[in-house]
Write a protein that binds this ligand. Sequence first.
Ligand SMILES: Cc1cc2nc3c(=O)[nH]c(=O)nc-3n(C[C@H](O)[C@H](O)[C@H](O)COP(=O)(O)OP(=O)(O)OC[C@H]3O[C@@H](n4cnc5c(N)ncnc54)[C@H](O)[C@@H]3O)c2cc1C
Length: 462
Amino acid sequence: MNSVLEPHLPPPNGKRIVVIGGGFAGIEFAKKLTSRDFQIVLLDKNNYHQFQPLFYQVATAGIEPSAISYPFRKLFQNKPNFHFRLAEVFHIDTVTHVLETSIGDITYDYLVLAMGAQTNFYGNPSLEKHTFPLKSTTESLVFRNSILKKFEDALLAKTYEERKKLLQFVVVGGGPTGVEVSGALAEMKKFILPKDYPEVDFDLMKIFLIEGSDRILSAMSPGSSSTAKSYLEKFGVEVFTNRTVAHYDGSVATLSDQSTIQTSTVIWAAGVKAVRIDGLRQEVYLPNNRIKVDPYNRVTGYDNIYVLGDQAVGVTAMPQVAQVAIQQAWRLAKNLNKGFDLAKWRPFKYHDMGTMATVGRNKAVAEIYGLKFSGFVAWFIWMFIHLISLLGFKNRLQTLINWAWNYFSYDQSLRLMINSHKEPTFLRSPSSKAFRQVASTQAKETKDGSRPSNERILATNP
Ligand SMILES: Cc1cc2nc3c(=O)[nH]c(=O)nc-3n(C[C@H](O)[C@H](O)[C@H](O)COP(=O)(O)OP(=O)(O)OC[C@H]3O[C@@H](n4cnc5c(N)ncnc54)[C@H](O)[C@@H]3O)c2cc1C
């Protein structure tokens, strides 16, 4: 047990409820828990909330990472009895009610696990080593840098084969993320990249979408799934179903039917598994790390531990989507606001509002409350719902402006390769003159307000 550091939390007036994870579930729960009987402590390894459905747009240079991120401290500025700590949680001691974290031990009376999911490579080390996952803002930026670098490298390639490999992109997984990434890459190929790289032969740029089942978007109706496929094919994406990627060595992707694709970029959008936290009894975990909960979101056998979102699985199967996380969080917060008289609590019931995916400009499919939409209407609904779901007025406005600009100009202005190489050594040495100059300019900007007040995202180097 790590007891060296002290997280300096004030002693609670009532009971302390610790929430691990500020994703959709964690922040909605903390927002809706209004009972003064609780001190709320939110722990997250990042200091900001990430809006995962738009990671692919960051990855394909459509919007800036700051537009889909929001600092927890700003979000909860006015919430009484609330404390945020930047901390990674490693272990739960369910007997002493102590969490082992990167900032020291933290005690809890009640615990809410909302740690989400992580990329699942299904135990395949070659895929884990060489493919690009899209499960964090940092990974999205790494991918964005990589795409742009591939085009710079393609100009320098010495052979036709080498150039072809750099310009072939394989997307694995035909769910919404795989479809959206493929569509966005195809749009970049059609409208944007040829203007930046007039010397590149864009006939060589190919996008392959590989799906293991017999159709893409298998959570939607066969009609929507075939509409999405035809949109992708119109954009030039080659869709392969009933095939998986069995091996990838960074150069050649080998599919399950033994066919091969020469590529230096494989994007892995083929599955997630829940984040694993140790300390609970073994039998509460399912093979994909999800934790079994009762209709009140309690972990079976523990009356002070609740699980929400991607990490939880209820009595009926639930998809790992934002709506489940949000609705579970609301239900649990409302129940806890009533106190602990279970007679007053209501069990959680998921209301499936539908699902949607966009392929690109004017092309999307949406199924909402049983109604099916496609084309421009579905695309408009998709944009509207994603826009209003973003946290913060400024983020919404910034995204709206970016989208409108991209739509009318057929261009994206965000094709910067950030952090693609280490910063110059002189900037890393605190004793250097250049380092001191940069630090002092930043401090001055923050003090006089010229550095925007919500730029409080702690950037992590990929
Ligand atoms: C690329 C992509 C696209 C998606 N698109 C859609 C979509 O279009 N529609 C939809 O409904 N859903 C979509 N999803 C799924 C949706 O984002 C998830 O279902 C949702 O984020 C789950 O919310 P959550 O609160 O359970 O977890 P998350 O939102 O994943 O949040 C988990 C939080 O826990 C923190 N954390 C994890 N481990 C620790 C630790 N040890 N210590 C401290 N903090 C920790 C993380 O930093 C994170 O902030 C998408 C997911 C991805 C990856």
